[in-house]
Design a protein around this ligand. Structure first.
Ligand SMILES: NC(=O)c1ccc[n+]([C@@H]2O[C@H](COP(=O)([O-])OP(=O)(O)OC[C@H]3O[C@@H](n4cnc5c(N)ncnc54)[C@H](OP(=O)(O)O)[C@@H]3O)[C@@H](O)[C@H]2O)c1
Length: 279
C-alpha cells in the first residue's frame, strides 16, 4: 500500500493525491472506491452535484478503516448559496456521506448573483465553527475573487482553491496569489481528462523512470509546492498506476521540458458558471 505525502497549509493536512469522483455514478463508485481504498487512497473528492455522496459514504463505512484516517471533500452547489440553504445542504451531504463532518467543504463555482459572495462565505465559515467542516475553501475562483474571499474571511481561514491544473494549462499567476495566502492549489482534471496519457513527450520522459505518461503528468503536479492532484478513474489498473508516483522524482531537465509544453488548454469552462479566467 502506498503512503501518500500530506500537504499542510492554513490548518489543512491533506494527502497530496486524492481520488476524484466526477462523472462516476453510484454503482461505479461502489465498485471502484473499495479497491482504491485498498490501494491506499484516503483523500476522496466528491460534490453535491455528482450525486454519489451516499456511495462514497458507504465505501468509507464498509472499509472497516477508522473515519479519522480519511480525508473527505464535498462541494456546495451554486443553487444552495443562500446562507440557510447552504447550512441545510451541508447537513444533507453529511447524512449521505454517513459522517458528522467533512474534512474540506468547498463552494463549487463562484456564482453569487446580485447578493455578492460575502453572505455565502459567512455561512461557509459558520459550517466550520459548528464542526460540520474541518477546513473550508473555494473552487474555480479567479485571482480577483480569491483576493476578495481572503479579504472577507481573513488570512489563514481558507485552505484551498480547487481549480483546473495540468501540464497543458498554466496557473502561474494564480499559484503566486495562493502561495501569498498559504492556500493549497488542488488540481482538478490533473490528467487533462486523459489527454495526457498518449503524450509523446510525457512518454519519453516516463521511459527513463519506468513510468507512464499519466504518472509523469501527476508527478509533475505533486512535486510542486502546495499542489495536490485528484485524478478520477473507474478502472482499477489506472487507480493503481495513478497512486504509484511517489517512488521517483523528475529531473530539473524533465521538469523544464514539461514546463515547455503549451499551457493554454483549458478544458472545463461551463457557460453560465465560469468566471473571467485569468489566462
Ligand atoms: N471543482 C470542480 O469544478 C471540478 C471540475 C472537474 C473535476 N473536479 C474533480 O477533479 C477530479 C478529476 O477530474 P476529471 O475526472 O474530470 O479528469 P481527470 O482525472 O483529468 O481524467 C479522468 C479521465 O482519465 C482517465 N484516466 C484516469 N487515470 C488514467 C490512467 N492512468 N490511464 C489512462 N486513463 C486514465 C479516466 O478514464 P478511466 O475511467 O478509463 O480510467 C477518465 O476518463 C474529478 O473526478 C472531480 O473530483 C472538480
Amino acid at each position: 500500500m502506498t503512503d501518500i505525502p500530506v500537504i499542510s497549509a492554513n490548518g489543512l493536512n491533506m494527502p497530496a493525491l486524492g481520488f476524484g469522483t466526477f462523472e462516476l455514478d453510484e454503482d461505479t463508485v461502489e465498485d471502484i472506491l473499495p479497491r482504491a481504498i485498498e490501494l491506499g487512497y484516503r483523500h476522496i473528492d466528491t460534490a453535491q452535484i455528482y450525486r454519489n455522496e451516499a456511495a462514497v459514504g458507504r465505501a468509507v463505512a464498509n472499509s472497516g478503516i477508522d473515519r479519522s484516517s480519511f480525508f473527505l471533500t464535498t462541494k456546495v452547489w451554486v443553487d444552495r448559496f443562500s446562507p440557510d440553504d447552504l447550512i441545510a445542504s451541508v447537513h444533507g451531504s453529511l447524512k449521505r456521506l454517513n459522517t458528522d463532518y467533512v474534512d474540506l467543504l468547498l463552494l463549487h463555482w463562484p456564482l453569487f448573483g446580485g447578493r455578492g459572495m460575502n453572505p455565502t462565505l459567512d455561512a461557509l465559515m459558520r459550517t466550520r465553527r459548528e464542526g460540520l467542516a474541518r477546513n473550508i475553501g473555494i473552487s474555480n475562483f479567479n485571482i480577483d475573487q480569491t483576493e476578495q474571499a481572503v479579504a472577507f474571511c481573513g488570512e489563514g481561514q481558507l485552505a484551498t482553491n480547487q481549480v483546473e491544473y495540468h501540464v497543458y494549462l498554466g496557473q502561474d499567476r494564480l499559484r503566486r496569489v495562493l502561495a501569498r495566502y498559504n492556500l493549497v492549489l488542488t488540481a482538478y482534471m490533473p490528467l487533462a481528462k486523459a489527454r495526457t496519457v498518449n503524450d509523446p513527450v510525457l512518454w519519453q520522459i516516463g521511459e527513463q523512470y519506468g513510468k507512464t505518461a499519466a504518472q509523469v503528468a501527476l508527478r509533475w503536479l505533486v512535486e510542486q509546492d502546495r499542489v495536490a492532484a485528484i485524478p478520477a478513474t473507474s478502472n482499477p489498473h489506472h487507480a493503481a498506476s495513478n497512486i504509484d508516483i511517489f517512488d521517483f522524482s523528475l529531473s530539473a531537465a524533465d521538469q523544464e521540458r514539461i514546463a515547455g509544453l503549451e499551457k493554454k488548454r483549458r478544458i472545463c469552462k461551463p457557460e453560465g458558471l465560469s468566471p473571467a479566467w485569468d489566462d
